[in-house]
Design a protein around this ligand. Structure first.
Ligand code: TEU
Ligand code: CA
Length: 549
């Protein structure tokens, strides 16, 4: 497999609204990000995935774009965007933009035109259908944000399709004009020196509503190959597609270099195992380590020779990792470091979501009125109207609501956690006096410096990037362990996922093998003696001594 720059890269995701506010209006902005590039350079990341900063009425915080070639005034200007790209490049950091082309905002000129009449030249940029004879929606497709996926437009007597909010009408990708418009926009940004694209719900763009198919429809991969050929194919950039519906076989279709589609996809199987199969994420399901290990081993093994994995615990739609999979209380530091080690030694490109590197936690706001996420608010209304109790719905939001990830970045212990001198658009998590970047930077033993070490190790050890993956202790209910091997370089990674000590009997092949501790969240680092007693959330990686191994 040809080595690509993003094989040993580590990506840092920024949610601009919540990262850093430079002008005191309570909303994060590009100037705030530029001011923190040195912090990110110290962390050692090479890529910033920037969630949308384009002009938008912010119905879904920017995932509803009204102008793809301009910056939302609350985030800044195109000139500032160029400065961010240049200043990041000076620190060997590339900027990956968020490509949101399954839908636009209903304020995008294309949709404003399309709504004017049935024969408007832009009408077919979107998906319109006549309502049923009884006036009901064309079909029963639901929106992910609640309600029907069809919105009736009285002026033209037809309904338009929207898988997300009704202010996010879906584009009609069967229309070649739409394809060309998007390709033109993508090349416009590539010409400005960006490092690639994260592609929003890309598994939906091939949809065939008449056949009732939304994900993985037949024309999806041909569309991606055409996009590749028309835009980033001959440019050395990173492309990652968000694909909630991906299986390992489908992920290989996207990321097999011989197919000329994408670099990798975000798949979510290790996330949805914590969702109720029927009620979804609003009815949290306990995390089962053995189930998790099966999923990880499946993906590591299936994409061992073809394609490439992305590695992540959280993003702007998901709860905070330490709260979901670790312990946000007594063992917050140990468990956050363990989760980082467990993920960063796997095969694939790791993604760090802003605040993860300092162990930020979920939040429990008193009132539903403190929440801002359209998905949580819509589903709160819909589900409580359908009889779900306020308390049960709040537990769902506390566990899996998206605002958990969107509370302002905690920079220091000053007012508003140093995020803003104004009133933050979303309340700051009250634990910012204890959990903040300034304290983490000052503490050599902090989660921040642990991430720094992991990111540096990925650059120094080819086995972490290209080595084979071999699961260990597969049946163990508390321990997630595996080995990475490349030539005679062998690295063993052992993680206790619980607050209980674990006695571990090492297999013959590992017993007594000397090695060098690469990273550990306990000192001294454990050795591979005969047996091991792991402390709560203990986690370490050892490079085995090749002569002995
Ligand atoms: O997310 C797709 C998606 O399905 C999630 O929105 C949804 O929240 C899911 O329940 C995850 O828990 C992408 C973006 O990441 C998200 O922020 C946007 O809201 C959405 O698409 C629409 O653009
Ligand atoms: Ca601002």
């Amino acid at each position: 497999m040809e080595t690509k720059w993003w094989h040993d890269a580590v990506v840092y995701q920024i949610y601009p609204r919540s990262f850093c506010d430079a002008n005191g209006d309570g909303i994060g902005d590009l100037a705030g990000i530029i001011g923190k590039l040195d912090y990110l350079q110290t962390l050692g990341i090479n890529v910033i995935w920037l969630s949308p900063v384009f002009r938008s009425p912010m119905d879904d915080n920017g995932y509803d774009i009204s102008d793809y070639c301009d910056i939302a005034p609350e985030f800044g200007t195109l000139a500032e965007m160029d400065t961010l790209i240049a200043e990041a490049a000076r620190r060997d950091i590339r900027i990956v933009m968020d490509l949101v082309v399954n839908h636009t905002s209903d304020e995008h000129p294309w949709f404003v035109e399309a709504k004017k009449s049935e024969d408007n030249p832009y009408r077919d940029y979107y998906i319109w259908r006549a309502p049923q004879a009884d006036g009901s929606a064309p079909d029963t497709q639901r929106s992910y944000f609640g309600g029907s996926a069809w919105e009736f437009d009285a002026a033209t007597g037809e309904s338009y399709f929207h898988l997300f909010s009704k202010r996010q009408p879906d584009l009609n990708w069967a229309n070649t004009k739409v394809q060309q418009e998007v390709h033109r926009m993508m090349n416009w940004w590539l010409d400005r020196g960006i490092g690639g694209f994260r592609m929003d719900v890309i598994d939906l763009i091939g949809k065939d509503v008449d056949a009732g198919i939304t994900t993985n429809a037949p024309r999806l991969h041909p569309l991606l190959r055409e996009m590749n050929a028309a835009t980033f194919g001959d440019r050395d950039v990173l492309t990652v597609g968000e694909a909630w519906s991906a299986t390992p076989e489908i992920a290989k279709l996207y990321s097999d270099p011989l197919r000329h589609e994408l670099s990798m996809v975000f798949q979510f199987e290790h996330i949805t195992i914590t969702h109720d199969p029927v009620e979804g994420k609003w009815k949290p399901r306990a995390f089962d380590l053995r189930e998790f290990k099966k999923v990880i081993t499946k993906w590591q093994t299936a994409l061992a020779d073809t394609g490439w994995n992305s590695l992540f615990w959280c993003n702007h739609d998901l709860p905070r990792a330490v709260s979901k999979y670790g312990d946000p209380g007594r063992y917050r530091v140990e468990s956050a470091k363990m989760l980082a080690t467990a993920l960063h030694f796997l095969r694939g490109t790791p993604y760090v979501y802003q605040g993860e590197e300092i162990g930020m936690t979920n939040v429990r706001f008193e009132s539903i009125d403190d929440y801002r996420d359209i998905e949580s608010l819509n589903l709160y209304r819909e589900r409580t109207a359908a009889g779900v109790s306020h308390a049960a719905m709040m537990e769902g939001i506390y566990a899996n609501g998206r605002d958990n990830a969107r509370t302002p970045m905690q920079w220091d212990a000053s007012d508003n956690a140093g995020f803003s001198s104004g009133q933050p658009w979303l309340k700051v998590n009250p634990n910012y006096c204890e959990i903040n970047a300034a304290a983490a930077l000052a503490d050599r033993d902090s989660i921040f410096h642990h991430y720094r070490r992991l990111i540096a190790l990925r650059k120094a050890h080819p086995a972490i990037v290209h080595g084979d993956y071999r699961p260990l202790f597969e049946a163990h209910p508390q321990v997630f362990a595996y080995e990475r091997r490349l030539g005679d370089e062998r690295i063993v990674v052992i993680n206790n996922f619980t607050a209980q000590p674990v006695e571990l009997e090492l297999p013959a092949g590992l017993r007594g093998i000397p090695g060098k501790c690469l990273v550990s969240n306990y000192t001294p680092c454990s050795e591979l003696g005969n047996d091991l007693v792991l402390q709560p959330y203990e986690s370490f990686a050892i490079a085995l001594d090749a002569r002995a191994a």
